[in-house]
Design a protein around this ligand. Structure first.
Ligand code: DSN
Length: 420
């Protein structure tokens, strides 16, 4: 360490332990098949911006209205990010400062609600998100959330039920959005219901904003007052959040991000968001988004061919949910997730609708195709992945068979490496 200033030595020389652990994770990323629906692999350009000297700058406030001097450059960077986001999502206004999807959601609640107000959102145990009113999250502790779920027979959101619940509970805010639901959302109907009961309408698009950017799903900014999202899922940017609003809500949302929910902006992350928006504005990105959907369909079809039960009967987005009890009654999501990760396929256990098991054990596994699509996999590979997952779960007591299947998994993973 140089007493005159921060060391310019490489990480490997300064901290060999952390350097080695990062290498270990690079190895993990390059040798597994990655199916966690909320993960992806950022480009070198995105990571360069994220790891840049912009981490050094404080800039509370917004472009042109800062509480610190020396913000000339970060003002230009943030304005570029805002302009690109507005172009990409056809939005009136973008706030690119949220550190996460959770703080983006918090800013919307601060803007539209008083403590104790009623909100109608999707229940976590049916596919919603922690910040949509879970009792262990600030949202459920501060506000009165009521949750809609899926119809037990179709495993689809029933808009008639949403309508009736809105009439009964008279929410101030209605939320459409999910973290584990594989079907399209009827934004138009949500808008109509919100208007009828006098509620604001928010879409939490964290999971599918990348598909919106790629123009392969309907754009919620046409219907919602406010759209929140994250930039690190299918959108393939840095970790962080974003809020898109109509002009009339812009000032209020900005105020509730800073100083309402956060302090200083993360300028390195904002620069990386700008890069990812630029990447997403290309024709290549639109092809990528289309391929995500084709791959999810191929994966879902493959499971059904293997006799497994796909929740909601299939997929219309990037997510595929499988009922592990369709392998056999004993198999839990937890056991399946650990087993598959050991054999080179990374995904997560997930509660399925009306799951009799606890959220820590579950009867389901959730998969998504953004990451494998970034690695170049197409329909044929996803058909093979569906087969491999099914066979590993079915043959979990047969060590020899598992070893054979794992060899196939590793060979596929190393042929489609993110950072090979
Ligand atoms: N927890 C994230 C997911 O995996 O879907 C969403 O925030």
């Amino acid at each position: 360490m140089n007493e005159k200033g921060a060391s310019q030595e490489s990480l490997n020389n300064v901290d060999a332990e952390i350097s080695e652990l990062i290498d270990n994770d690079l190895n993990r990323q390059n040798t597994h098949i990655h199916l966690i629906a909320s993960e992806n692999f950022a480009s070198k350009a995105v990571m360069e911006a994220s790891g840049s000297i912009l981490t050094n700058k404080y800039s509370e406030g917004f472009p042109g209205r800062r509480y610190y001097e020396g913000c000339e450059t970060v003002d230009q960077i943030e304005q570029l990010a805002i302009d690109r986001a507005c172009e990409l999502f056809e939005a009136d206004h973008a706030n690119v400062q949220p550190h996460s999807g959770s703080s983006a959601n918090m800013a919307v609640y601060l803007s539209t609600l008083e403590p104790g107000d009623t909100v109608l959102g999707m229940s976590l145990d049916q596919g919603g998100h922690l910040t949509h009113g879970s009792p262990v999250n600030f949202s459920g502790q501060v506000y009165n959330f009521v949750g809609y779920g899926l119809d037990e027979d179709t495993e689809l959101i029933n808009m008639e039920t949403v309508y009736n619940m809105a009439l009964e509970h008279k929410p101030k805010l209605i939320i459409a959005g999910y973290s584990s639901y594989s079907q399209s959302l009827d934004f138009q109907k949500f808008r109509e219901i919100s208007d009828e009961v006098g509620a604001h309408f928010m879409v939490d698009a964290a999971h599918f904003i990348g598909l919106v950017a790629g123009k392969v799903v309907d754009n919620p900014t046409k219907y919602a007052d406010v759209v929140t999202a994250t930039t690190h899922k299918a959108l393939r940017g840095p970790r962080g959040g974003i809020i898109l609003t109509r002009e009339e809500f812009a000032k209020d949302i900005d105020k509730n991000i800073f100083p309402g929910a956060q302090g200083g902006a993360l300028n390195n992350q904002i620069a990386a968001k700008a890069v990812c928006f630029k990447e997403a504005l290309t024709k290549e990105y639109q092809k990528y988004a289309k391929q995500i959907l084709n791959n999810a369909k191929a994966l879902s079809d493959s499971f059904q061919e293997q006799g497994l039960r796909v929740i909601s009967g299939g997929t219309e987005n990037h997510i595929v949910l499988v009922d592990t009890r369709s392998v056999d009654e004993e198999l839990t999501g937890k056991e399946a997730g650990i087993l598959l990760n050991d054999r080179g396929i990374t995904l997560n256990r997930n509660a399925i609708p009306f799951d009799p098991r606890s959220p820590f054990i579950t009867s389901g596994i959730r998969m998504g195709t953004p990451a494998v699509t970034t690695c170049g996999m197409k329909e044929n590979e996803l058909t093979q992945v569906g087969y491999l997952i099914s066979e590993i779960m079915k043959n979990r007591s047969d060590e020899n068979k598992l070893n054979e299947l794992e060899a196939e998994v590793r060979s596929l993973a190393t042929s489609f490496q993110p950072y090979g």
